[in-house]
Write a protein that binds this ligand. Structure first.
Ligand code: ASP
Length: 302
């Protein structure tokens, strides 16, 4: 049976940031290679997407885990989801702070909480209850976000629009995989949009929006401006298009067309169908992606 994995590093205005885009592509290639290695060794698609997303969460130029954007209060609040296409089980966390790998906490929610989705203090209390590792915020902040954090610590009245000017949003991460048993899994993790209101939760941890996985058809992970992506439940839409007979590639293309035409939204989506065919599409300047099928080469695109 075909094994396949595809990962993304976020749809956005990457052309303004060529150097960062190269770094993001390299991280995507590393994540796809690591996920594929697990698949070839007999690992599950859930293991593959979790480990790929952990690598992307560690990449400082990506808006997930380490490298997450700050909200308007100068805090890091992260969202993540992981979904098992075998049972349609899912685990998600929203607005969590001081967690280095939100995707792994989401998987523990799936496995151990008896619930699907935990947010904020409740999710953090669950993390502490199961001895899930917590981190200092300094581990999550790097580069310009760290500079902004320090500026806000020094002067909480700093004009936010000035402090955060000049950059768009990009860098949410995700992965979709199919393993040798025919099981599909999908995962998405993000620091959300820069300068969001505290407590804002985007599309990323919402089932069907940020990700969806169903062994019957395939799986998808989305990225882009969450307020619009969630209106068309884009990842479930991709799976529905696949169910109606489209290839993963065409399903991604049609879903992005729907995003553009129905809600004038900006973003992108990746997918693997139940036959191991890969798809990706976006309507932003770029979306770093990398994928591997069976023991073939790791490919990437932007
Ligand atoms: N979808 C994410 C959000 O709205 C952001 C992104 O994908 O860049 O939180």
């Amino acid at each position: 049976m075909t094994q396949a994995i595809i990962v993304h590093g976020g749809a956005g205005a990457w052309k303004l940031k060529e150097g960062k885009l190269d770094e993001a592509i390299a991280a995507c290639e590393e994540a796809a290679a690591a996920g594929r290695k697990l698949l070839l060794e007999g690992g599950s698609s859930l293991d593959a997407v979790e480990s790929a997303v952990c690598i992307l969460e560690d990449c400082p130029v990506l808006d997930a885990g380490r490298g997450s954007y700050l909200n308007r209060r100068g805090e890091v609040e992260m969202d993540a989801i992981i979904m098992d296409g075998r049972t349609l089980s899912l685990g998600a966390v929203g607005a969590v702070q001081r967690v280095r790998h939100p995707i792994s906490l989401a998987r523990r929610v799936l496995l151990e909480s008896g619930h699907n989705f935990l947010v904020a203090h409740g999710a953090e209390a669950f993390a502490d209850q199961i001895n899930f590792p917590r981190c200092d915020v300094s581990e999550l902040l790097v580069g310009e976000e760290l500079e902004r954090f320090l500026a806000l610590q020094e002067n909480p009245d700093y004009d936010l629009e000035t402090l955060f000017s000049g950059e768009g949003n990009m860098g949410t991460v995700g992965a979709v995989a199919l393993d040798a048993e025919g099981n599909v899994a999908a995962a998405t993790s993000t620091g959300g949009t820069r300068l969001k209101l505290p407590g804002r939760i985007g599309d990323s941890p919402l089932v069907g929006s940020g990700a969806y996985a169903d062994n019957w058809h395939g799986g998808a992970s989305a990225t882009g401006y969450g307020e619009d992506l969630m209106k068309i439940v884009i990842s479930k839409s991709v799976c529905d298009y696949i169910a109606s007979g489209l290839s993963a590639q065409l399903a991604c293309h049609v879903a992005v067309q729907l995003l553009t035409e129905r809600v004038d939204g900006r973003g992108g989506v990746i997918a693997v169908d139940a036959r191991g065919r890969i798809g990706h599409a976006h309507n932003t300047a770029a979306m770093p992606v990398a994928w591997a099928v069976d023991d073939g080469a790791v490919h990437s695109a932007r």
